[in-house]
Write a protein that binds this ligand. Structure first.
Ligand SMILES: *[C@@H]1O[C@H](CO)[C@@H](O)[C@H](O)[C@H]1NC(C)=O
Length: 284
């Protein structure tokens, strides 16, 4: 037993060492890594840069962005969303490059009346073109605790994850004529703003300004970038090897579970919107 434990430790140690040579982990600090971009005092950093909060009142929302740009990597952020009556508010967290043909990978959280579910809205823009919305309910109350929302972006695919459960995979479809973000580095952005013209039940429920200011909290921001090619086909996804090209069986099951029970909108099944036929990536 002792021997096999030691052997196991060695194997683990060696694989940890190998993995760390492949990627560069960076535990983020909001002070060092981010700039507040708008909203003045409505955006605040605490605890030596470990925590950040955004707030929204009738005059303005607020936002921040990363100082650095990234080309491929894994971004994790923990968010605790606006609690109580958050109808009309939208909290965004996304990666974006700049310019007219920009690429963008979006998480947007659409608030709701107390007790009614948030919608997690996702989209992928490539070369300035989006229209690839998928929306989900969450399987927990995102206002009670912090939860981790991650983006894995490698040349092979983009994966959206919630608490390590993949909810959406956007594959590289260049071989079938779908542009993939791979040349333009992106910054991390986040904001909290008023969108009561469309956010909650399609704009029916308005922001209740008597409840302002609305506040969302952020912590444990983490970026891992790849040094080298940013791909590896051998390592298993669940072992933390986010650069793997394949989801393992467990992650595939989780993805199917989310898509079956929590997905509430998918552009790839919206016949009314695409009477001429779905975009090519929908057939993958
Ligand atoms: C808000 O709650 C209503 C009623 O349950 C639901 O239809 C809607 O999808 C929820 N989310 C948003 C953002 O409107």
């Amino acid at each position: 037993m002792a021997f096999s434990n030691n052997a196991l430790c060695m194997v683990l140690l060696v694989s940890v060492m190998m993995m760390s040579s492949l990627m560069v982990t960076h535990g983020g600090n909001f002070y060092q890594d981010c700039d507040i971009t708008w909203g003045d005092q409505r955006a605040k950093m605490f605890n030596g840069g470990q925590l950040l909060s955004l707030s929204l009142d009738k005059t303005s929302g607020s936002g921040f962005r990363s100082k650095k740009e990234y080309l491929f990597g894994r971004i994790d952020m923990q968010l605790k969303l606006v609690a109580g009556n958050s109808a009309g508010t939208v909290t965004t967290y996304y990666l974006s490059s700049e310019g007219p043909s920009h690429d963008e990978i979006d998480f947007e959280f659409l608030g709701n009346l107390s007790g009614d579910p948030y919608i997690l809205h996702t989209n992928v823009f490539t070369q300035g073109k989006g229209n690839r919305e998928q929306q989900f309910y969450l399987w927990f109350d995102p206002t009670k605790n912090f939860h981790t929302y991650s983006i894995i972006w490698i040349p092979h695919h983009i994966i959206f994850l919630v608490d390590d459960t993949p909810i959406r995979v956007f594959k590289n479809g260049e071989s079938i004529g779908v542009p993939f973000p791979k040349n333009q580095p992106m910054r991390i952005y986040s904001s909290l703003w008023n969108a009561d013209d469309w956010a909650t039940r399609g704009g029916l429920v308005k922001t209740d300004w008597t409840k302002a200011p609305f506040t969302a909290n952020y912590r444990n921001f983490n970026v891992q970038t790849c040094s080298g090619t940013c791909t590896s086909s051998t390592t298993s996804f669940s072992s933390g090897a986010w650069q793997s090209q394949e989801l393992d069986a467990y992650s595939r099951r989780r993805l199917r579970w989310v898509q079956k029970y929590f997905m509430i909108y998918n552009y790839c099944t919206d016949f009314k919107r695409f009477p001429q036929g779905f975009p090519p990536e929908c057939r993958q």
